[in-house]
Design a protein. Structure first.
Lengths: 243, 243
DNA sequence: GAAGCCCGCTTGGTTAGTCAAGTGCACCAA
DNA sequence: TTGGTGCACTTGACTAACCAAGCGGGCTTC
């Protein structure tokens, strides 16, 4: 029995063309060999060549122009692999890996903003986990997770032990759903009294507040993660194509 | 001569399947008709059917499982059409459409942060356009655009007349490049003396500052748009898939 | 009754060929 | 010289057919 894995032909062609573009053999702005030429060189049928070129176009390596040919753009500047989005990172972070201190874990009444995000009545019961994250021994971030009590009760989410996996796993198994996307809300505000004390900032400090609402494929919200960052210590970065 | 446009067959199939999913004819979680069935019903060859289904999978309408079939997920919760990203919106906004007042337009020395974003030496010459945007008669946002002087000089960017098209058009034609993507930096800070006066906020107010760096396909930066928003008036929203 | 094989279903990948539509150049005629 | 025609080359869309691989149920065999 053989367990070798040979990638499909079109994938091999993709790899080879990416290599040639990276190496400068096909410089940016130049015309790529035509479908016919590639068919001859690689011994593939036209649909196979076209499929590979279609993937390269979708990923931004090349642009095509009917009647003229395909032009090299170069390696796409925005890597398609996971950009570090704040909300996604919060959802998959474990409490043990970050230098963090658990401040609270248990049932509370949902604040208005959180109830609205979760689609609950005001003052509904939710489970809150609050964490103080330190960097270089200094408090640098407060992170809070809200889950509807109907989902969280009876699970590790409501207990004081550090979570050993990311929030997402717990919510997905407790609710029996697969979290699909995140809706992020970002705003700036002054600290509450508690935040002022925990973060050691002035009353007038400008804080960055990020609310990440994680929803399933139907758009139903299941968990809200809030993180509060002093603006003078943090900056969020994000990259996206213009069109 | 006829100028009718008939969309390709695979696109017609996509439209029809989306309609059936939306209408509930193919409920979420159900098994889609097999490729063979669709071939028979719509009178298309298999690659045509497969191409349509591939698009639907990429857009999140369905998931496929080799050996079992394709399962309906429902209309994707995140619409693929242009999400209103702050930076993109700033770049295409015209100065005439927003109720705005031009505060400055002309050459200045680049502040450190802007020079860094543009990849210029400190205190390089740049052209600055600063605008105060009002909503309901109240000042609500300060927007500033920074373009290297080598690009902007001699163009409408350095003049006091309102720009009649978005910043992007001007920069693209002045620099002879096509802007490809945006790198966005978000932070929170207290207002400068000027911002305090213009926005009518307190010294201790928390402002949201967004820096959008627009780059061409090679990653070279061409323009920075900064927008400053009082945190108590504004909230940025963004949606993205988890994986 | 249980284990294992086989077959029919599904999707994934590939081929060879057709026709249509857009682009640019060479050639020819006025 | 100028204008138009036609051809060669490009990508876009589509077809019919084939084999491979994953899944599951039914049948056979022990």
């Amino acid at each position: 029995m053989s367990f070798e894995y040979t990638p499909p032909k079109y994938a091999q062609l993709i790899t080879e063309l990416e290599r040639r573009i990276d190496s400068g053999e096909y410089p940016a702005g130049s015309l790529l060999p035509s479908e016919h030429t590639l068919m001859a060189e690689f011994g593939m049928a036209r649909p196979t060549v076209v499929k590979a070129l279609g993937v390269l176009r979708d990923q931004g390596w090349i642009v095509t122009q009917q009647g003229k040919g395909r032009f090299v753009r170069g390696r796409p500047a925005i890597p398609k692999d996971q950009k570090a989005r704040t909300g996604r990172e919060l959802l998959d972070r474990t409490e043990t890996q970050a230098a963090s201190k658990l401040l609270a874990a248990g049932p509370v009444e949902a604040p208005n903003r959180i109830a609205a995000y979760l689609g609950l009545e005001q003052k509904s019961a939710v489970v809150l986990r609050k964490i103080l994250v330190e960097r270089d021994g200094e408090p640098t971030e407060i992170s809070a997770t809200w889950v509807p009590a109907t989902v969280a009760e009876g699970t590790a989410l409501a207990e004081s032990a550090d979570l050993r996996q990311g929030i997402r796993r717990y919510v997905e198994s407790a609710a029996g759903v697969s979290l699909d996307h995140i809706i992020e809300h970002i705003t700036a505000r002054n600290p509450t009294a508690e935040e002022r004390k925990l973060l050691g900032v002035k009353t007038s400090a400008a804080l960055l507040a990020v609310y990440a609402v994680a929803c399933d494929a139907t758009g139903k919200p299941w968990v809200v993660v809030e993180t509060v960052l002093p603006g003078d210590l943090h900056e969020l970065e994000d990259a996206y194509p213009i069109r």
